[in-house]
Design a protein around this ligand. Structure first.
Ligand code: ADP
Ligand code: MG
Length: 626
């Protein structure tokens, strides 16, 4: 096959444009990205060779080599990993496979110069960071198992196109050759390269080597291949030997996060299954969680051999924000991915990791509350998802939740335990109200009687909250109860009153077919009416969420109950009017107005807004002219 010139995909073109024209702070991360790709390529081949040993053709002397050439002005990063075929190189280096590219571009445009290089790494377009320092990038690659005259050369100046052609390459693997810009020639300097490798890539387990010239004891110059990284897998080292900076650097290597993690969990487990693990809890929502396609965070190694970076069986889905490494000698090396994911030891590791993580979070909440609050604001949604999915750890997860309530200041939180501690003797249940915003909730009629009795109500304003409380149902034996559902203290209404108001109740039931029932309420103090869902049915807020996520259901499937305030002046007046003349033309109109204000109070739209305005204006006109 001859040479061909191909265009980059549109979005990639834009990304390259930003990379080339506006990146100038810590460009040096390009080296980390290329080394990490080389290391991934070696891992990939080593893993494939477990089942297809012939692929390595006897060369398992894994190595990443840096070759600075001052005369040519090039820096080459060379590896003997899995390599790429012509098709792979076009696919891998000419397109972006990930979803969420648009969002990434937006973020990239908005980010300041300091953050941009990290964003590039985070989004898995690390290779293109080469263009921060190179005016031209050449990639010569020979895939494992491919003949030496079937290698491929890819090259580009990063300006919209790249060329590919078939070439010869003696050895398997990939050479990335950077033709450095004049102002970036510092990256040919031996000391500079050495210190960059130490800083960013020390824990890469394959040797990163460079030829250096040294004088021997006879003052003779000779060239030796020096290994620049210490190669000790950080998770296998003793905790006491590892500095905070090293932990953070490794976290950044794994995540490309610009912030340090909120919590580092490093431990080894013995017993039924032996393993070591180094886990990180990020302090905020990392980029991949915000946009598109999050990889499940934890990398799996078996006896230091990298197996996979998205081992789904290692953590429950809701803990996908956790990053890190697990290394176990007790897992079978020579089985397929699928079989491995189903193996019993993996299940044990998963339970163990889950417990550790939940314990670490509890600790953080206890000891570093402010940090925990920030974590919870950003990532608490995952714990709520956990309440929904992880039945076994539900109680532990419930204790990690933070809530706003009628007793907290806006933006401050309480917990279920604290709530329970404040419950008065006569209160049996934990009350909550779910809706869009705190202000809307605190002004809603559903809180009136609770305020009068000085009873606390949790205020839930995240969409997931409604699902979460449905599955939590109780905390330490106390039921969770929505204050806008079911009947509340019916015994509190005097019999006499009930009898007196019954005609109005019957009348409204007949005139408002939209509701399934009308009854007197003991939850209202200032308001005249409100709508209430059955205990088992979705409330108004939940219905809106379901509609938003596209689950319509039949309209009118869950009819509500109209509750009226027995002590309200309007109630009294209507009963009197009804008694005087049941055929008074104003009565149906007033009934409608009551229903419509109840709709407004629960945050629902009024179907006939124009009619509502007319009805209201007739009353206004009369009142204003009296
Ligand atoms: P990421 O590493 O997150 O996938 P990159 O932009 O760094 O994103 O690399 C893009 C892809 O190019 C890699 O996924 C890999 O398939 C391929 N690639 C890059 N460098 C190499 C290499 N040295 N050897 C083999 N494949 C490589
Ligand atoms: Mg990469």
């Amino acid at each position: 096959m001859g040479s061909a010139t191909l265009p980059f995909k549109t979005e990639l073109k834009q990304i390259l444009d930003i990379i080339i024209h506006s990146l100038y702070s810590h460009k040096e991360i390009f080296l980390r990205e290329l080394i990490s790709n080389a290391s991934d390529a070696i891992d990939a081949l080593r893993f494939r060779a477990l089942t297809q040993p012939e692929l390595t053709e006897g060369d398992e002397n894994w190595k990443i080599k840096l070759i600075p050439d001052k005369e040519a002005g090039t820096l080459t990063v060379s590896d003997n990993g899995i390599g790429m075929t012509r098709d792979e190189i076009v696919e891998n280096l000419g397109t972006i496979a990930r979803s969420g590219t648009k969002e990434f571009l937006e973020a990239l445009k908005k980010a300041d110069a300091q953050q941009r290089p990290e964003l590039i790494g985070q989004f898995g377009v690390g290779f293109y960071s080469a263009f921060m320092v190179a005016k031209k990038v050449e990639v010569i690659s020979r895939a494992a198992g491919v003949a030496k005259d079937q290698a491929v050369r890819w090259q580009s100046t990063g300006e919209g196109e790249f060329e590919v052609e078939t070439v010869e390459k003696e050895t398997r693997g990939t050479d990335v050759i950077l033709h450095l810009r004049d102002e970036d020639k510092e990256f040919l300097d031996e000391w500079r390269l050495r210190s960059l490798v130490r800083q960013y890539s020390d824990f890469i387990e394959h040797p990163i080597v460079m030829d250096v010239t040294r004088e021997d004891e006879n003052k003779q110059k000779k060239t030796v291949e020096e290994t620049l990284n210490s190669r000790k897998a950080i998770w296998l080292r003793d905790k006491s030997e590892i500095s905070e900076e090293e932990y953070i650097e490794f976290y950044k290597h794994l995540t490309h996060d610009t912030e340090p993690p909120a919590k580092t969990i490093h431990y080894s487990a013995e017993g039924a299954v032996e393993f070591r693990s180094l886990l990180y809890i990020p302090g905020h929502k990392t980029f991949d969680l915000l946009f598109g396609d999050p990889k499940r965070g934890v990398h799996l190694y078996i006896r230091r051999v990298f197996i996979m970076d998205d081992c789904e069986a290692l953590l429950p889905l809701y803990l996908r924000f956790v990053r890190g490494v697990v290394d176990s000698p007790d897992l079978p090396l020579n089985v397929s991915r699928e079989m491995l994911q189903q193996s019993a030891p993996l299940e044990i590791i998963r339970n163990n990791l889950t417990n550790r993580i939940l314990k670490a979070l509890a600790e953080m909440k206890q000891e570093e509350y402010d940090k925990y609050v920030r974590f919870f604001q950003e990532l608490g949604v995952f714990l709520k998802e956990g309440v929904y999915h992880d039945f076994k750890n539900r109680e532990q997860l419930a204790d990690l939740l933070l809530f706003e309530s009628t007793k907290t200041e806006p933006g401050k939180y309480t917990t279920l335990a604290d709530y329970a501690g404040r419950m008065k003797d006569d209160q049996q249940e934990i009350y909550y109200l779910a809706g869009e915003q705190r202000e809307q909730l605190v002004n809603s009629p559903y809180l009136e009687s609770f305020r009068a009795k000085d009873q606390e109500v949790l205020l839930l304003t995240e969409p997931i909250d409604s699902f979460m409380v449905e599955s939590l149902t109780e905390y330490k034996g106390k039921k969770l109860k929505a204050v806008d559902k079911g009947e509340l203290a019916p015994g509190e209404i005097p019999e006499e009153k009930k009898k007196k108001l019954q005609p109005l109740v019957d009348y409204l039931k007949e005139k408002i077919p939209e509701v399934k029932d009308v009854r007197l309420s003991s939850r209202l103090k200032e308001s005249a009416v409100c709508l209430v869902a059955d205990d088992w049915a979705p409330g108004a807020h939940m219905e809106r969420i379901l509609k938003r996520i596209g689950q319509k259901g039949e309209t009118g499937q869950f009819k509500k109950i109209l509750e009226i305030n027995p002590d309200h002046a309007v109630t009294e007046a209507l009963v009197a009017l009804l008694q005087k003349n049941p055929d008074d033309a104003r009565l149906p109109e007033y009934g409608r107005l009551l229903y419509e204000q109840a709709l407004i109070a629960e945050g629902s739209p009024i179907p006939d807004a124009a009619g509502f305005a007319q009805r209201l204006n007739r009353i206004l006109a009369k009142d204003a002219s009296s």
